[in-house]
Design a binder for this molecule. Structure first.
Ligand code: GTP
Ligand code: MG
Ligand code: ZN
Length: 290
């Protein structure tokens, strides 16, 4: 029995990446009886001689859009402008990633459009202590692409971000052998431009894998995990144990070391303000549920 990863589903068959090459396999009938559908990203045990998937290993996470399992890393893509960066979305994506054991990192694209270094630095500064690595790139002129390629973490990476930030352009740059659809923002509304295609894992020469379709469905912060939201802010960690209350949400509590750190510049004020927005949002949704 050999271990591989499903990279693609093809009409009941699955292409499994196994020892550096692809093997088209059929799943054992027992999966259907058990109501289990193999997913792209599944780690599977394969009987290579018969090209049969014998076992599907437990998933560490699974997503609907794109439909893929076992995502390791999430590249959160923003652009310097066109469109302007939506940092609230970035913060939510960082949370969503961490809640699903996905490692987030930030890609600032279109740096060719920046009017000066300071425009890029202003964004970087907000995430300097967030625990997310930051890459500055231009898909247009290729700046930073090699660094990003080298810096990609091992395992499966997917990209997410607003429409038009350059996710498809980026996948093209990282994986030039296949052409993705890249559109102008204005062209987006034209029907039929984006043909739906099934999700596929692209294996880079060094074995790192990319999901070909960007997107990340786990945007809604899981309300049941409310108590934990503050734990996913790495910049809070050095201060949180000095708060008076051990379960401090760093919200309205007195003697909060995190709020103090915001005032003294140890935590970026905008990151903190958006944290409060997210927190209040969650509180409100929770009230609605009752
Ligand atoms: N100036 C500049 N333009 C870029 C860069 N990267 C992408 N673009 C342009 O931005 C537009 C949107 O790029 P896409 O790659 O289609 O963006 P996307 O994130 O995949 O958008 P959706 O598929 O709608 O989510 C295209 O016109 C690209 O040519 C860049 O680094 N600099
Ligand atoms: Mg796209
Ligand atoms: Zn606190």
């Amino acid at each position: 029995m050999e271990k591989g990863i499903i990279v693609k589903g093809v009409g009941g068959f699955y292409d499994v990446y196994l020892n550096g090459s692809l093997l088209r396999c059929l799943p054992r009938g027992k999966f259907r009886k058990q109501g289990i559908t193999p997913m792209v990203g599944d780690v599977v045990e394969v009987n290579a001689k018969d090209a049969v998937i014998e076992a599907i290993l437990p998933r560490k996470n699974q997503f609907k859009r794109p439909c893929v399992a076992n995502i390791d890393n999430l590249g959160i893509v923003i652009s310097v402008k066109h469109p302007d960066p939506d940092l609230l979305l970035v913060d939510k994506l960082i949370l969503a990633a961490r809640m699903h054991s996905v490692k987030p990192f930030i890609v600032i694209n279109k740096i060719d459009l920046a009017e000066g270094e300071s425009e890029i630095k202003a964004i970087e500064e907000q995430y300097r202590r967030s625990g997310c690595q930051i890459f500055c790139i231009s898909c247009k002129d290729g700046t930073g692409i090699e660094e990003l390629k080298r810096g990609l973490y091992s395992g499966i990476t997917t990209f997410a971000g607003q429409s038009g930030v350059g996710k498809s352009s980026l996948i093209n740059r990282l994986y030039p052998d296949i052409s993705r659809e890249v559109g102008d923002i204005s062209e987006k509304t034209k029907r039929g431009k984006h043909t739906t295609r099934s999700v596929e894992l692209l294996v880079l020469p060094d074995g790192k894998m990319l999901v070909d379709t960007p997107g990340f469905s786990a945007l809604e912060v899981d309300l049941m995990q409310l108590e934990k939201v503050q734990l996913y802010y790495e910049e809070f960690v050095p201060y949180a144990d000095q708060c008076r209350f051990p379960n401090c949400m760093h919200y309205r509590e007195p003697h909060c070391a995190v709020k103090q750190a915001v005032q003294q510049g140890g935590i970026h004020e905008m990151r903190y303000q958006r944290y409060i927005r997210i927190l209040e949002d969650i509180y409100e949704k929770r009230r609605e549920q009752k």
